[in-house]
Design a protein around this ligand. Sequence first.
Ligand code: KG4
Ligand code: ZN
Length: 338
Amino acid sequence: MKDGKFLTMAIESSCDETSVAVLADGRQVLSNIISSQIDVHTAFGGVVPEIASRHHLQNMNTVIDQSLEAAGVTLDDIDLLGVTYGPGLVGALLMGVATAKGISFAKDIPLVGVNHMHGHISANFIEYPELEPPFMSLIVSGGHTNIVHMKDYGECEVLGGTRDDAVGEAYDKVARVIGLGYPGGPKIDKIAKEGDPEAIPFKRVYLEKGSMDFSFSGLKTAVLNYLNTERQAGREINVPDVAASFQAAVIEVIVQKAVDAAVQHKQDKLVLAGGVAANSKLRGDLEKACAAKGIQLYVPSPVLCTDNAAMIGCAAYYQYQKKGADQLDLDAFPNLAI
Ligand code: KG4
Ligand code: ZN
């Protein structure tokens, strides 16, 4: 406690960002330090799990020190520790979990293991201090694409998910084949602004009527086939047009399904979460679609969309209030479900 406020320190290391945050009373961010490894992995065209783990190990203590210092507190002030324990890369997750357990044991601070996806949703509690469940949520990240009915803090029903690639994964793979490199999402977002979204009529994949599931691998193949056909015919590829047309096919489907889910479940709040939530077209199109149905859209600012520890700290705070602390046998679960 400091100045009468309950302090949570959180650690996020599920993929290629080492992040540590300190929050007051669950929603007020005192510090949120993010050490990105993007430059390290760019040379390999994607995240190399073993290298990610090593960098977490190298960076962790520094990031913790920086976060405490930026918040103006010490470990003695911390009331609760939160750590991402899944889903993610197992070696990367273990770095955070082992660190958090060590601090919990040494300083006798209660520890809570947080589901990374609950963290992404909780980014919205930080952005919007008045936001309370229930609401409908669309989670779009490099590893997940889900429509989730959040009924209460930490209590949710998954209505749909991807049957193959996640949205961010599709962006990254398509970016690679059209020569934009890693990380693909932001690059497609940017270059698509110069392209014609109707240039190539890629199929919109809605699956069975009423399904809240997604499938993006067919679209990825369709982009590849288009590129091969054009190259074989000796025609030049218009990269902005391909990017814009691919993006239009993805976003039309996710916007439609998310809004349908909110309407069907009589929710007047739709909460966007995950790294792809930073996408400008997705934000704009969802805004319009929600306005047409009288739904209030909640979108975190870009720094809270990508992986960060503040969102984990917020989720940890509510989880601790509802379910109490975890034990020191907390483990990492790479395939943890939402
Ligand atoms: O949530 P996140 O940081 O990591 C996971 O938990 O997966 O999401 C990363 C994903 C990557 O696939 C990245 O390409 C994508 O989010 N992404 C974007 C944008 N910014 C990041 N995709 C589309 N448009 C963007 N502006
Ligand atoms: Zn994430």
